[in-house]
Design a protein around this ligand. Sequence first.
Ligand SMILES: Nc1ncnc2c1ncn2[C@@H]1O[C@H](COP(=O)(O)OP(=O)(O)OP(=O)(O)O)[C@@H](O)[C@H]1O
Length: 260
Amino acid sequence: MSLSAPSSAAPLLAARGLVKFYGKTQVLHDVSIDVAPGEAHVVIGPNGAGKTTLFKAVSGEFPVDGGEIRFDDGNVTKLAGWQRVRRGVGRSFQVARIFGEMTTAENLIVAVEARERRTRGGFGLTFRISPRHGTLAEVRRLLDGLGLGPRADDPAKLLSHGDKKRLELAMSLALRPKLIMLDEPTAGMSPGDRTAAAELIDETRRAHGLAFLLTEHDMGVVFGLAQRLTVLHHGRVIASGEPAAVRDDPTVKEVYLGHG
Ligand SMILES: Nc1ncnc2c1ncn2[C@@H]1O[C@H](COP(=O)(O)OP(=O)(O)OP(=O)(O)O)[C@@H](O)[C@H]1O
């Protein structure tokens, strides 16, 4: 079933009727999802429901087999992932993208400088040891804003799991996207770190007016963050709308939330 969406703003992201096959197995069946500017839209569903596949489709990791993806009023369905990044689709850096031997601050310097090179239309992967004027001030703001100030000079490989997640989010923010996609941002965290991470995401969204598309298994985090909730089950959207309405939906209770 489809419940009414709370937002009347024109969507930043509008995916319509997405279809994806892995070989002969259909994993996404006519999946549609919107994210409004500044909104946190959380996708939930049992293991194997297709959440990660939906994320990969939206971020351009592979082409879809049907449907259309519009972002910021342009059709991005045929664009490669890096082209979507240029338009403002940000996917959180995975831990593997962090350079472990470099400090927390140096990782952020690389991210800020990469954005500047991109904006200026430059190429090349060289990292200049002397950062541009302005980069260090921006890195300091990101570090302080995400509570990483005390870790600035620590090698990234020595950060706790929670701090690595913060660094990933900071690196995503450094690229100044319009939408940030986070696939299970609190996975593997302690309950305390989970609460802190959810607060951080919510604060970041409010402070920067950023839109978020997230998947998450922790229902405390889900209901603390979501302005809108979509439930996937066997690759189909079974409910989408305001969190309270989705939570009370009988089908959702039966196939998913009822278990907890
Ligand atoms: N590369 C692949 N090749 C074939 N099948 C795949 C591939 N990746 C995922 N699948 C299958 O597609 C379905 C959807 O997987 P997906 O990872 O998108 O689900 P999910 O909702 O993110 O699950 P989880 O909550 O466990 O991360 C599952 O049945 C999975 O086994």
